[in-house]
Write a protein that binds this ligand. Sequence first.
Ligand SMILES: [Zn+2]
Length: 112
Amino acid sequence: MKDNSQIKKQWLQQIPSLWPALKGSLAKVYKPCIRKNCPACARGDKHPAWLLSLSYQGRRTTMYVPQPMVSTIKKAIQNGRKIEQLLYRTGPGLLRNYRKNTQKTHQRHPKS
Ligand SMILES: [Zn+2]
């Protein structure tokens, strides 16, 4: 449909720049280690670790995120939200377009 080209253009421009994208939540946790006499664990500081939690069709998964991957995962979660916003906007966009086109057709036959 020619008249949805503006919305399509927005998609084609935005989607490639939103890689990587994911849906999930990142949490920082502090865990004790298995070493004996660890000073950090003895102080109660423990050790920071990052976990990625996913919930898909009622099934929860948690994965350990290595420190060098944390910024990538954070970025991917942000991009995932942007894609979600794009999806939310697409429905109203398509319908508004349809309405606009219908009005254009009516303008060819003015009431007065
Ligand atoms: Zn420790």
